[in-house]
Each structure stands twice: as C-alpha cells, then as structure tokens.
Write a protein that binds this ligand. Sequence first.
Ligand code: DCS
Length: 510
Amino acid sequence: MGANGVQEVNGNSTSNIDNGKSLSSTAPWCPPINIDNINPKVLECQYAVRGEIVAHAERLQQKLLQDPSSLPFDELIYCNIGNPQSLGQQPITFFREVAALCDHPGLLHKKEIQTVFSSDAIKRAESIVSSIPGRATGAYSHSKGVKALRTIIAEGIQNRDGYSADPEDIFLTDGASPGVHMMIRLMLRNKKDGIMCPIPQYPLYSASIALHDGTLVPYYLDESKGWGLEVSELKSRLEAAVADGINVRALVVINPGNPTGQVLSEENQQKIVQFCKDENLVLLADEVYQENVYADNKKFSSFKKIARSMGYTERDFSLVSFHSISKGFYGECGRRGGYMEVTGFDSDVKNQIYKMASVSLCSNLSGQVMMSLVMNPPKDGDESYELYSSERNAILSSLGRRAKMLAEALNKLERVSCNEAEGAMYLFPRIELPEGAMKAAQAAGMVPDTFYCKRLLDATGIVVVPGSGFRQVPGTWHFRITILPPEEKMPTIIAKLTSFHESFMQEFQG
Ligand code: DCS
C-alpha cells in the first residue's frame, strides 16, 4: 500500500473488474494534495486586489448575464484594479504599430505598410527586429532580456536621470511583480529576516514576504499629512524590529504611492536614501507609477537620481528600482513587461540573480519590446511625435481631472475624508463607520470595511477594494477606488456612490 492508500488501486488498470465494479470505486480517491497539506505559506498569503469582493462581483456578473433585471444595476464597474485598457483606455498608437510589426516581421518587406504605419514605427521595428537574435519575438532571449533592448532602456534611464546606467544591471521581467518576488526571495533566509514596507501598501509586498517566509516590518504613512513618509517613523519601526531580533534587510518605497497616491518630494527622498545608507539597508524603489503625476507642484524623481546626486554610487549604495509597462499612460498591463535595475550589489550576488532569472528562461519578448518603447518614445521631429504626445497628454490630463473630481465628491460625503491623488491611479478615502455598521459587520462575520464595500457592490455594481487588504492604522477604515473609469462615466459613478453612501449612513446611524 502506498502512503496515500491508493497506489495499489492506481497500479491496477480500471479494466480489473470485480463483480462488475472497478476496484477504484471501492475506495474513494483522495487527492494527494489538499487544503490541509499544501504549503501553509500559500494559505497565509492574501491578495485583496483580487480578493473576496472581486469574487462576489464575478458571481453578480454571472447573475446579470443570466437575468439582466435581477440586480439593481445593469453593469459591474471594476474600480478594484489598475487595469486601464479594461476600462476603455486606448493604447498608444506608436507603441502598438511597432509591437505589431515586431510580432509579424514579414510585414516589414511589404510596400503597403507605408500607407498604414508611420515611417518612424517602421524604422523602429526594423531596428528592434534586427537586434533580436533570430529576428523572432517567438524565441527565448538572454535571461536578463535582449541585450540591445536593455541598452535602449539603460539609455532611457540615463536620459531621465542624468546619471549613467549599465545594461548589465537591467533585468527585463514580466511586469514589475516577478522582479519584486525575485529580490524578496533573494534576501529572505528565514522568519528572522525582515523587509520594511509602507502601510498602507500594495499587497504584492505582504504576499511575497509571506510566501518567502520572512517578516514584514511595517512603517506607517501619515494620513493627516497627505500620506507623508516620515524618517522618524522609519527609525522607530526599525529599532522596534531590531529589538525583536529581526534582521532588517531592505526598505520598500512605493513612489508615487499605491494605494495612497502621494508623490515624494526630493528632500524627503534624500532623507530616505540617507536612512538606508546609515542603516545599511537595500532600497527597493517601486517606481511603476513614475509617469502618473497630476499635482502641479509635484514631479517624479527616481531614487537612482537622488542617490547619485547625493554622491552615492554603485560602490556604496544598494538600490533596486522597478518599472513596468503596466501603468503610466500606456497601461499595457496584460502584455507583462517590466524591468529592475540592480545597482550596488557584488558581481557574485548579481550572478545569483541572473541564475534565478534563468530558472524562468526569460521574460516574454513582446513585453521586452514594449518596455524599450516606453523608455525610448518618439522624439520631437519624429513623424509620430505629434500624435504620440497628444495621446499621452490627453490620457494624463484626463486622469488628473478624474482624480480631482472623484476626490472632491468623496470629500463631500458624510464621515468620509480623502487625500488628493498627487499621482498613481487610486484614491484611498477614510470612512468613519457608525457604531451600527460596525455591529452589523460583526454580525455578518465581516471586517467592517469589507462590509461597506460589499454593500456598495450589491447596491451599485461598483467594485472597490477594502482598506484592510492594504493594511491600515488599526481602528481606521478605508477603501481603494481607481480613477480609471472613462471620464464621461465619472458623474454617474459619483452619483451612484453618493446615493449609496447616504442610504448606508441613514440605515446605520439611527
Ligand atoms: N508595484 C505596484 C506599486 C503596483 O501597483 C503594481 C500593480 C505592481 C508593482 C505590479 O505590476 P506589474 O507586475 O503589472 O508591473 N498594481 C496592481 C494594483 O494595485 N492594481 O492593479 C494591479
């Protein structure tokens, strides 16, 4: 008998019939893997952006399909995830022209393309295709990504920051997420190793730390100061973790912030760099929203630029910066492209990172191509430049207007306060839930902000994520809503949200 009690049965063929019954029917099959014996770290890991509210939304979607009049709304509005094109955002023409030609290079020999594609897209595609070994986006590449594309990206970083970047430090990834996982996996040896993360945070970090069996060392962003990041808070949280016997190895900073939308000032960034330098921590700079800045008085500066401007170099400061094709004004998140720039690590550690990347062979080539386009868009004077910049500006200015409109509406709601989104794609309003709602949530066995979000979904079809999924100051309640629905739909969404909120408050405040 095998350990799981079924191997002898499996060893016999099902034609082994006893009194007309197969042997396998006598002992019910018990799958070797079940919920009680899978890796407990998988159970521990949570990812609210696709959590229970979204699962409920999917059920409602099915219900609507079967009977469109069964619910008090006629469509689901997915404001739970930063997925711009799923909500109607159009891709950037130049990027798609180059992508199409790279994926079907046979077109490059056809005269007709000159009437359909812009000349600079054709030229760019030809140059990219000829730099890819085998001219094939269907082939594996070097595990760090195609060298010529990494070189373009390094030049893009250099142009952005004014400091040099080395293509050998660039690892192309399927979105920023695999890069984050790789670095966390590299640094965490056991539960005693910790990584400092902002609270609220994007749950990729808490999930990855849980999966890799480390400890999340929280530091809190200050909601009353526009989700400010205070170095005094970093210091006291680090000291507390060290006193608990944790080896803190790295600090994560998300700038612009998700879910909080703040854009750090250069002065603040300098203090963060100095803190990491003094405490000998790796700085993990999540900069996927670097193009999404809306506040007039704010601008994005990369941590690489800040560290270099302070005189820190490859030899005395460890910094990993993450970027992605998923956000910005391009929103190509389904294509999965990203990079991490790994600086200030010994070459033997970099070789280990390369080995880890090699285990997955390479990131997808279409994502690599797109990442190179994001870091090297059309320039003034190129045929596509005018269209490119008008598409880019239209998307970014509309996102800015939507962020403002939604924040204003949220701030008008009773017991709700909301910081503006200086950048990124979300608002994270705080709700003071009345005692009655807290009790009703408890009776329903739900976390209070999940209860609010579920009621909102049931009443309006608007899908948002409870603040508890991002963690928050205990006793405070929030939700995260994207600013991505089309601008013309915003007034309807705001009206639905407002009327739901009023009736919710009426129901529970009495
Ligand atoms: N870092 C941050 C801060 C993010 O918000 C996201 C995605 C990622 C990394 C990873 O994205 P990619 O792997 O696609 O590059 N944001 C998720 C979110 O909060 N909504 O949509 C996805």
